[in-house]
Design a protein around this ligand. Structure first.
Ligand code: MEV
Length: 420
């Protein structure tokens, strides 16, 4: 570890160059490292500097296009930002195998977000609950006055829900503001409303409000997708039954369900990131939703239909938007949205759900048949070859030699490179 002092007064006030100068000295960065950091790729440094704090550079992630996707009767190209090999290929393969049965049919429960207001220090929580519920019209007006633009777009306040919960610090009254945030992810809109409402709730109840923040368990913003894979398209009943058994494994065992859902999120998060949306919000919501029945389980369901074909479905909270944050500011997010050719946040969420389902199909099929390593190794071998220093043609030569030997390891790559 470096021996350095991390207290750097005024670091945030410096420009990128000023911060880099400090970093160079403190961390002994050579000129190659600094030149690399000055290259911010397709995100202009001034934009990056406005997106987060203390910016020194950007970091590129590959964006691949998932082909073969048909969603609600329309062919669509899906940009996916991920550092993991095989993820994009998996979606392409899964989508190809259900293309002839019509691809993915999708739907959405709505675009409603929930903001929570936490009221404490009350001895009569149920009385307070009813008092707050009585104020619905006043609350609606306050919320809608917070965001006239959202209102003009057909969104805004929808309802309130007031829950009494028990906690280690006594009873709490939790007010949920339910707001249609339309094409916005909605965090800013609902957080503002919750903050504005908080003093009134204190006044009405005599209690004390602490937290005023949206819930990432966006279970009023559920995206759904389903697709049919014929037995023939996937290679017969043994493959179908293997996929079904893998799904039953995930349904019965949280250790497996975590990996199963991680595979789904490989697809989901890649599109969320490619469109400049908040991957952590979506991930938190997805995993909380997967545990909604008291036990962590699969986000997808796999069944066999009357014709003996495999049918898959997914239901997942997807709080994504087309306006606000990086979605509007990152040039690549804008381009990726253009590639997708979608016009609403709901359409985006539905495509993302379809991508998650495709990803899950591909993973389960690979796992139930040849295992994932075979497909993974070709790309992984290339990565290892590059890590060993292979460039240009050498990358394929070294990778192929490692695959032929059946051992993909950095020391083997070094040896092969030397022999070349
Ligand atoms: C790897 O990133 C994802 C998988 O582990 C998913 C799964 O096991 O279902 C292959």
């Amino acid at each position: 570890m470096h021996e350095l002092n991390s207290r750097i007064a005024g670091f945030h006030k410096l420009g990128i160059q000023g911060r880099l100068d400090i970093l160079k000295t403190k961390c002994n960065l050579d000129s190659t490292a600094i030149t690399g950091m000055l290259n911010t790729g397709n995100l202009p440094p001034e934009t990056a500097d406005h997106l987060i704090e203390n910016v020194v550079t950007t970091m590129n992630i590959p964006v691949g296009i998932a082909t073969n996707m048909k969603v609600d009767g329309h062919d669509i190209l899906v940009p996916m930002a991920t550092e993991e090999s095989s993820v994009v290929a998996a979606v392409c393969n899964a989508a190809r195998q259900c293309y002839d049965t019509g691809g993915f049919a999708t739907s959405m429960s709505g675009s409603h977000m929930i903001a929570q207001i936490q009221l404490v220090n009350i001895t009569n929580p149920h009385f307070c609950r009813i008092t707050i519920l009585e104020k619905k019209e006043q609350i609606k007006k306050l919320c809608d006055d917070c965001d006239p633009v959202l209102l003009s777009l057909g969104g805004g306040f929808q309802d309130i829900e007031v829950r009494v919960i028990d906690s280690a610090s006594g009873p709490m009254v939790i007010t949920h503001l339910i707001v249609d945030t339309r094409d916005a992810m909605g965090a800013n809109a609902v957080n503002t409303m919750a903050e504005q409402l908080a003093p009134l709730i204190e006044q009405w109840t005599g209690g004390k409000v602490y937290l005023r923040i949206l819930s990432n368990l966006a279970d009023r913003r559920l995206a759904r997708a389903r697709a049919t894979w014929t037995c023939e398209a996937i290679g017969g009943t043994a493959v179908r039954d293997g996929i079904l058994s893998a799904y039953h494994f995930a349904e019965s065992d949280p250790y497996r369900a975590a990996t199963h859902n991680k595979g789904i999120m490989n697809g989901v998060s890649a599109v969320v990131l490619a469109t400049g949306n908040d991957t952590r919000a979506v991930e938190a919501g997805a995993h909380a939703y997967a545990a909604r029945n008291g036990r962590y389980a699969s986000l997808t369901h796999w069944e066999i239909n009357a014709s003996g074909d495999l049918v898959g479905s997914i239901e997942i909270p997807l709080a994504v938007g087309l306006v606000g944050g990086a979605t509007k500011l990152h040039p690549m997010a804008k381009t990726n949205l253009q590639i997708l050719g979608i016009n609403t946040a709901q359409q985006l969420a539905r495509v993302i759900a379809a991508t998650g389902l495709a990803q899950n199909f591909a993973a389960l099929k690979a796992l139930a048949t040849t295992g994932i390593q075979k497909g993974h190794m070709a790309l992984h071998a290339q990565n290892v070859a590059m890590m060993a220093g292979a460039v240009g043609q050498q990358i394929h030569q070294v990778a192929n030699a490692m695959i032929a030997q059946g051992t993909v390891r950095i020391d083997v790559a070094h040896q092969i490179l030397q022999d070349l």
